[in-house]
Ligand binder design. Structure first.
Ligand code: SF4
Length: 173
């Protein structure tokens, strides 16, 4: 079985979701966490992971698209045969670079079936931005005929479970 690493590549994020488990980082209360690796440190880490038998990496954050050298790191990982998955908040998902790098999956976080539910949790305007960006991303995936699994992820809460349409929404995007 391929070992999987879930890699918090950066603690930087452009949002401040109310349920964020990394919230302490953005409040600056903890000085001992949140250091972002330089590109060289990240590449060295990837090399060690490869030698350690890891072959699957899920890049998260913070917001992974805020890691400035993300495309370089992904190419490095892909060149070594890693399966590379990215989970993003979707608001910065505007370039086609990730499609061209042939990442294996792209999940955008959308917390709720409606703009109201999502934006209460993730911030005003995030629902429209993330859904539009994800649709555009999926369109580029289709145009370029790459095998990037594209979808949404969400945190299940009591409030959202009551929104039956959220499940249907998953299949309609
Ligand atoms: S997008 Fe993710 S990392 Fe950023 S604040 Fe929201 S839950 Fe936290």
């Amino acid at each position: 079985m391929k070992k999987l690493l879930i890699w918090d590549i950066t603690s930087a994020c452009n949002l401040k979701c109310i349920h964020c488990y990394n919230a302490e980082k953005y409040d600056g209360k903890r000085k001992d966490i949140g250091k972002t690796l330089t590109l060289q440190e990240a590449l060295d880490t990837a090399e060690k992971l490869h030698y350690g038998g890891f072959r699957r990496v899920l890049l998260i954050g913070g917001e992974p698209l805020m890691y400035p050298d993300l495309p370089v790191l992904i190419k490095f990982l892909k060149d070594r045969g890693f399966t590379v998955m990215v989970t993003t908040n979707g608001t910065l998902l505007v370039s086609q670079t990730l499609v061209e790098l042939k990442i294996d999956s792209m999940l955008a976080s959308i917390d709720g079936a409606t703009e109201k539910t999502n934006d209460e949790i993730r911030g005003k305007g995030t629902f429209l931005l993330a859904t539009e960006n994800l649709k555009r991303f999926a369109q580029i995936v289709l145009e370029k005929s790459v095998n990037t699994l594209t979808g949404i992820g969400f945190v299940v809460t009591k409030k959202k479970v009551r929104q039956n349409e959220s499940i249907r929404y998953c299949f309609c995007l």
